[in-house]
Design a protein around this ligand. Structure first.
Ligand SMILES: Nc1ncnc2c1ncn2[C@@H]1O[C@H](COP(=O)(O)OP(=O)(O)OP(=O)(O)O)[C@@H](O)[C@H]1O
Length: 619
């Protein structure tokens, strides 16, 4: 079970991670009823567990109410007032203790089971949904925001299910029971207590809210310091290369000092508030005791009843205090619930049409027919998204290799990303072997397309697992054969555990060229008809470049290839070169044809390919 401190920590982390993006999200109140009832629908499968927990909770709260009565009886025994025999009181207390122990165990276990199950279900549902969403969704959000919804937000929901809601329910039972028994014990004292207790609780709530505001401010200041820390650790090379250590220390010191100043303010208020509150509580108790004492002296009340009454009053005050702090927790959980459901409600912009057919095995002829395109994610405040491609038409024959060249930002990557339907065209169409990509099932389309990007993403797992990503059912022999074709076998064999060496975040670090060759092996294993290559811009050393080049040639042989070309050798070898400028096809032909034309390509060639490519800067 997550305790208060952990909840606060999570809330703090959430605030640190997610300062801006939630502006996108409607305020929790707007969806509050919907969110709660939807959360309940996740609880429904476990209603049996919940009913058992509820019964245990009611019994436990009821038994708790017996304790003050029994204590009152003990006092009456001592003072000689009328009371149950001591053995019976002892038996009663024994039953209460054992009962509370058993119900406590049952309640905690059942609720924890439900809480853990619900978060697991929600996490899996959210992750499954995430895998269906299109790229535009990921571009609009930061990675931290998405992961936080599936981790922190879901944990907050768990705390609500296992902790806050049961505490609220238990508190209500305790409050109702305590007030009822107070009235039974002494209606005169109840009148007094029912004025004093809520007044004290209200003062406590008021101060509590003030304290919480300041403590949030402390956390915000701390978050400022944390983000400086994170930024400068991640960007340590930049800090060192610009020799900004002192500057960063000054910045960090200022942030920490600001945290200290706010924390001190919190400490001052807390230092006054806590003793003042306990003084007020004691005065109220003394007031009740004084009037209670008078009632005892006049024989209206026994001493035991007075003691029982005091216990009930404390219980009632306790439950009211709990409600105040629960309110904040429930608000926070509501925000989290809304965010998780917002993620689950996201509809992918690119999805299979209801009548989509599976794309049969293709030859690989690609046709862009008067394609226009704008990134929807680039729109903000309702203004129309800038058009990236305009009336773009190009036909690539099966087995042909076409190089896309053009200035940065011309739209080359965009053209390539329309083929696997990462985005849908705004106008026109993209056809593969005559099939409009919007009319076929996305999976069958992407199964026939291989992509090798500049930056190869390796996942945690072994080298073998990473190559197998290309075709999950591939045998070890097939993986090795693909690695050999990709010129990767040799370097893999030199790794500490060969194909079983772990890579990815926690594994060995591979060079850019090695990663590319793993990506090529993946693509070879996938054996697609259509290949999209985004060549690395950073220059590899000549040996590495030769190995990658050779591997790419083997990969491209006999397939339709679209290469976003950065290397002269690729451009020269291409069957045709398409020159893209500002989203339009301005020239197309072979290297020699285009040079002879002395147009855009010729100028681009002089500028881009005849000058040495600068090595990527270290920072
Ligand atoms: N995901 C995106 N969301 C919004 N706008 C984008 C996105 N990707 C690219 N753009 C914009 O679309 C235009 C074309 O980008 P694209 O990446 O296709 O160009 P490119 O020719 O491949 O450039 P480079 O050679 O630098 O990679 C650019 O103006 C870019 O800012």
């Amino acid at each position: 079970m997550v305790n208060d401190k952990q909840v606060r920590l999570l809330a703090f982390k959430e605030r640190t991670l997610l300062r801006l993006p939630f502006q996108l999200i409607p305020p929790p109140q707007a969806a509050s009823n919907v969110s709660w009832s939807r959360l309940l629908s996740y609880l429904r499968p476990y209603r049996g567990w919940i009913v058992v927990a509820l019964i245990a909770m009611v019994i436990s709260a009821g038994l708790g109410l017996v304790i003050p009565l029994a204590i009152g009886q003990v006092v009456n025994l001592i003072t000689g007032d009328q009371a149950l025999p001591v053995v019976q009181i002892a038996q009663l207390l024994g039953i209460v203790m054992i009962g509370q122990l058993l119900t406590g165990v049952i309640q905690t276990y059942c609720l924890s089971f439900v809480g853990e199950r619900v978060v697991s279900d929600l996490r899996i549902a959210a992750y499954e949904h995430l895998q269906k969403l299109d790229l535009a969704f990921f571009e609009q959000r930061r990675t931290g925001e998405i992961t936080s919804r599936i981790t922190n937000d879901v944990t907050l929901i768990q705390t609500t299910v296992t902790n806050s809601l049961p505490t609220l329910l238990g508190g209500v039972i305790q409050l109702v029971g305590a007030v009822a028994l107070m009235l039974v014990v002494s209606w005169q004292l109840s009148g007094l207590a029912l004025i004093l207790v809520p007044t004290l609780v209200l003062i406590g709530v008021f101060f509590g809210r003030w304290l919480r505001q300041i403590s949030t401010a402390v956390q915000d200041r701390l978050a400022d310091a944390t983000s400086i820390l994170e930024e400068t650790v991640a960007g340590v090379r930049v800090v060192r290369s610009f020799r900004r250590e002192d500057y960063e220390i000054t910045r960090f010191r200022a942030a920490v000092e600001a945290t200290f100043a706010t924390a001190l303010k919190l400490a001052r208020i807390r230092a006054i508030f806590q003793p003042a509150m306990s003084l007020a509580v004691w005065m109220a108790l003394i007031g009740i005791l004084a009037i209670g004492g008078y009632l005892v002296s006049t024989g209206v009340l026994t001493t035991g009843s007075l003691i029982s009454f005091l216990f009930y009053a404390v219980m009632a005050a306790g439950s009211m205090g709990v409600f105040a702090s629960l309110f904040a927790q429930l608000q926070e959980a509501l925000g989290a619930t809304t965010r998780v459901f917002e993620l689950l409600d996201q509809q992918p912009l690119v999805a299979d049409a209801p009548d989509a057919i599976p794309l049969p095995p293709v030859e690989g002829r690609i046709e862009f027919r008067e394609v226009s395109f704008a990134y929807q994610s680039a729109t903000s405040n309702g203004s129309p998204a800038p058009v990236v491609l305009r009336d773009f038409s190009l036909t690539i024959e099966a087995g042909e290799m076409v190089a896309l060249v053009g200035p940065s930002g011309a739209g080359k990557s965009t053209i390539a990303s329309l083929i696997p339907r990462f985005y849908d065209v705004s106008a026109g169409s993209v056809l593969i072997d005559g099939y409009d990509v919007r009319r076929v099932q996305i999976q069958s389309l992407r199964d026939q397309i291989g992509i090798v990007l500049q930056e190869t993403q390796l996942f945690s797992g072994s080298v073998r697992d990473n190559i197998r990503y290309g075709r999950l059912e591939a045998t070890d022999e097939e993986i090795e054969a693909a690695a050999r074709m990709a010129n990767a076998h040799e370097f893999i064999c030199q790794l500490p555990d060969g194909y079983d060496t772990p890579v990815g975040e926690r594994g060995v670090r591979l060079s850019g060229g090695q990663r590319q060759r793993i990506a090529i092996a993946r693509a070879i294993l996938k054996n697609p008809r259509i290949l999209i290559l985004d060549e690395a811009t950073s220059s590899l050393d000549s040996e590495s470049e030769r190995l990658v080049q050779e591997a790419l040639e083997r990969l491209m042989a006999g397939r339709t290839s679209i290469v976003i070309a950065h290397r002269l050798s690729t451009v020269q070898r291409a069957d045709r070169i398409a020159v893209i400028v500002a989203g339009e096809l301005v020239e197309i032909g072979t290297h020699h044809e285009l040079l002879a034309r002395d147009g855009v390509y010729a100028r681009l060639y002089e500028r881009q390919f005849l000058q040495p490519i600068p090595a990527t800067a270290a920072v």
